[in-house]
Design a protein around this ligand. Structure first.
Ligand code: BMA
Length: 841
């Protein structure tokens, strides 16, 4: 690079320490930006830990206070010798930005990157940057009051004596106001880039990459958006796969678009996790010295939504193969945004991959994630179903609102479209459904449908213009293009949110009463693990109906639902600790019931994403990972029920027994049990299946042993067993091996609820040994032991857990530390605890 190039572009990072103050409050302290006000006040000892006890209420004043942040920075003559852009990303949210006392911008959308032209406004020497934040809930209320007709907001965050916040009138994560799993903090801050960029003539605004896949090559079409301050010419260069394209291009003031093509021969294809490797090609773009890099995964991705004999397919085809999507829904990783770091995100995403997931859905009540999130997904092979950020309520559709959202969506699509991991753009979460929730929307459906369509059709059009290769899906759930009917449980087309088991207390078996094409939401709650509860509840509060535990349960009636369900499937737990453990067994069982069944219906069902993988704070919720990333039992069970080659038991009722309300009768005995072999790989697999009937007190007999071949991407019935062949005290345990005798998996099926069995008290032996330098925990038992779970006091997870142990069948577990922990053998051994179902009551 020549000297001229080196000086033509520079960026001054304006992140760092700012003074934090308020015109209405006496607090004066410091804040590190990017960061947030709650984090700063907590660090300064000005507020207690918002997550502890009921402190949420104590800190509520923070979001009702206007805040100001200010810093001075020094610029050299060289720093300002050119056109200057102040780039601020993720400013949360309604604020005035002042440079040297002059208002240079007003921000109002946390999802927009503000590129502010500050040419001539920065001095050589000292400068001041100041951001004055308005009280967002007040602005939202004023906007709602001024709107010509009422637009109700979701009741999901009407908590803590708040009257609720009109989150549909401001653009920031809706769940910042609380959700049915979330604390209400309404954070304030700047979470993204803060930099002063100097350009000779022009700056990069976005780089997008489209892929056209041929027989043995991929043509990349690289679209660069360049913002020029004046007429002239700039050097634009891309380098990828050893090829360099350099162009001297003429620019005119404003936005300029350049498209350049590169052909990559014999491409190494990118596959989702579990289906192949994730090779990434590095694309470097340089504009007059401003250099950016992107990792490009080469894959052809299509959504096949077309008529079939059921109604319409809904499936993701990658590199020509219809691949079942398996995973969960994603919410923002922390309610205190400054705690969302690359290390936290990597840990969560690696846990998703470790549980055999290949897709996450970024849910519309949260946020667009930082670049590193998607880079990690590219690297790990995790596809993203991406909602746009609208959820569970109607939104305005006046011109200023739409203009603001147009900028938001356009920018986000341009920022993210080059990622191999982005699989789908979805208009929103449950906004169509929500038209049927509120008295106002129900009373005037035509108005609210028209209002909805103005926003939703604009979103679709932006995707069509900005990212034509990607599918736009109007909403989740949705039945398809311009279909505004309420089709949550429609199971012949589109995607399905099936919530009857949790929200309507239907039995777990009800999951088998629907046959979704793609189940994008369904969930069942559990308590967060005991060591997490200990971080927010004093010993005296560790009771499901204490105010502290109720504050850490945001779904009305949630704790009651957890406990009531226990009485249906289990003997009631003997103490709080066991109740917490049992709640996680129960949660795992609910979701296992759904996913095993829906996977067994392949190719009818081509996706199961349960609600939800992560937590935003420590809380009772539907998540499979605790706040902090620890594995709940559902995460372990997910690792098994998402095995690419799996065998599942499906009870079949010749006539489905239902009660007078049409609800399946709980625990009705099936006529037979069908064993379905599922193969989500590209090659045929041979499965040697052995099924044993096991007496709950010990002793078993082989009831089936046979081989089957399951074709690529297929599911077939491997065995069928009349239910009458099972004795009253027996359950089924089955295992399957490949053609070489390697164990591929184990599973079980209990025809009756666990409470109906006289569980023996097993003696479980745990022994550590070192195999190939790795510590292995071997678990063995003298009597059948259910949901045997090992835990240690070190961040990490075992290779399996919540396992069924039988006499003579031991299980070997290895431990994977998280967060770079390097536990000694002694530490692991000392803190080991092994639990099982029989000790819960
Ligand atoms: C879903 C989500 C969220 C909610 C969850 C649990 O439908 O879209 O709104 O948190 O249900 O109730």
């Amino acid at each position: 690079m020549s000297n001229a190039d080196r000086t033509s572009y520079a960026a001054l990072d304006l992140g760092g320490t700012f003074a934090l103050s308020s015109p209405t409050h006496t607090v004066r302290t410091e804040i590190t930006l990017p960061g947030d006000v709650h984090g700063a006040l907590l660090a300064a000892g000005e507020i207690p830990d918002p997550y502890f006890g009921e402190n949420e209420k104590t800190v509520m004043w923070v979001n009702q206070t206007p805040w100001t942040v200010e810093r001075s920075f020094t610029a050299t003559a060289a720093d300002i010798d050119g056109y200057l852009t102040l780039t601020l990303a993720e400013v949360d949210c309604i604020a005035a930005v002042l440079l040297n006392g002059e208002i240079i911008a007003k921000t109002q959308n946390a999802f927009i990157r503000y590129d502010i032209d500050v040419t001539g406004k920065v001095h050589a020497g000292d400068n001041t940057l100041r951001i004055e934040f308005a009280v967002a809930p007040d602005v939202a209320r004023a906007r709602a009051d001024a709107h010509p007709f009422p637009i109700p907001f979701t009741k999901n965050y009407q908590t803590n004596g708040l009257e609720g916040i009109h989150m549909n009138f401001i653009r920031k994560a809706a769940c910042h106001a609380g959700w049915d799993w979330g604390i209400c903090l309404m954070p304030i801050g700047v979470y993204g880039t803060m930099s002063l960029r100097k350009s000779r003539l022009a700056r990069q605004d976005s780089v997008q990459v489209d892929q056209a896949h041929g027989e043995h090559s991929v043509e990349l079409s690289i679209k660069t958006r360049v913002f020029a301050f004046a007429q002239g010419s700039v050097e634009l260069a891309h380098s990828v796969d050893g090829q360099l394209i350099t162009d001297k291009v003429a620019v005119h003031p404003g936005e300029n678009v350049f498209t350049q093509n590169v052909t990559i021969h014999d491409p190494r294809l990118w596959w989702p996790a579990g289906q192949g490797a994730q090779p990434l090609y590095e694309l470097t773009t340089t504009l007059d010295g401003e250099k950016t890099t992107r990792q490009i995964g080469l894959r052809k991705l299509e959504w096949i939504v077309e008529p079939d004999d059921i109604d319409h397919t809904f499936k993701c085809r990658i590199n020509g193969r219809d691949i079942t999507m398996m995973g969960a829904n994603w919410i923002p990783a922390d309610a205190i945004p400054s705690r969302i770091t690359p290390a936290v995100i990597r840990d969560l995403l690696e846990s998703a991959k470790a549980a055999n997931m290949n897709m996450l859905r970024i849910w519309g009540g949260g946020q667009y994630e930082p670049d590193y999130f998607y880079e990690m997904c590219d690297e790990l092979g995790i596809l993203i179903w991406h909602d746009f950020m609208f959820a569970c309520m109607s939104y305005p559709s006046d011109r200023p609102f739409l203009a603001d959202v147009r900028t938001e969506i356009t920018q986000q699509v341009r920022r993210l479209s080059h990622h191999a991991s982005i699989a789908l753009w979805c208009g929103d979460n449950e906004v169509i459904g929500s038209l049927h929730w509120y008295p106002e929307t129900k009373a005037a459906p035509e108005r609210y449908v028209a209002n909805y369509d103005r926003l939703n059709s604009m979103l679709g059009n932006i995707v069509e213009d900005e990212d034509p290769a990607r599918r736009f899906w109007p909403s989740s759930p949705s039945m398809g293009y311009l279909d505004f009917s309420d089709g949550w449980q429609m199971d012949t087309r589109g995607d399905t949110h099936y919530w009857d088991v949790w929200h309507s207390a239907k039995p777990f078996e009800a999951y088998r009463s629907v046959n979704p094409r793609f189940a994008s939401e369904f969930g069942f709650q559990s308590f967060t693990s005991m060591n997490v509860i200990e971080t927010f509840a004093e010993p005296r509060d560790r009771n499901p109906s204490s105010p502290v535990m109720e504050n850490h349960q945001r779904n009305a009636g949630g704790n009651a639902r957890i406990l009531e369900t226990m009485t249906r499937y289990f003997r009631f737990p003997r103490d709080f600790d066991q109740m917490v453990f049992l709640s996680q067994i129960q949660q795992g069982l609910a979701i296992k019931t759904a996913i095993e069944y829906w996977r067994s219906t392949k190719p009818r069902c081509m996706g199961t994403l349960y609600w939800q993988i992560n937590d935003i704070w420590p809380v009772a919720s539907w998540s499979s990972l605790d706040y902090g990333g620890q594995w709940k039992l559902l995460q372990y069970m997910a690792k098994r029920f998402f095995l690419p080659v799996n065998v599942v038991a499906v009870p079949v009722h010749e006539t489905v027994p239902t009660n007078s309300r049409g609800t399946p009768v709980e625990n009705a005995a099936p006529t037979s049990i069908v064993f379905r072999g599922i193969n989500d790989t590209a090659a045929p697999v041979s499965i040697a299946l052995e099924i044993r009937a096991v007496k709950i007190g010990g002793g078993d007999r082989v009831v089936f042993s046979g081989d089957a071949s399951v074709g690529p991407d297929g599911a077939i019935t491997v065995a069928t067993m009349p239910f009458a062949d099972l004795a009253a005290d027996e359950f089924l345990f089955f295992s399957w091996r490949d053609a070489h005798g390697n164990l591929l998996g184990e599973n079980d099926y209990f025809p009756k609820p666990y409470k109906a069995y006289e569980l023996p008290e097993p003696k479980i032996r745990a022994a550590w040994s070192e195999v190939d330098g790795q510590l292995v925990l071997t678990l063995a038992t003298d009597k059948p032991a259910l949901f045997v779970t090992a835990s240690v006091d070190i961040p990490g997870y075992f290779s399996d857990n919540a396992v069924t142990l039988l006499p003579g069948r031991q299980t070997d577990l290895t431990f994977t530390p998280r967060h770079g922990a390097t536990p000694s053998a002694a530490e692991l051994i000392q803190s080991l605890r092994v639990r099982n179902l029989s000790e819960t009551f």
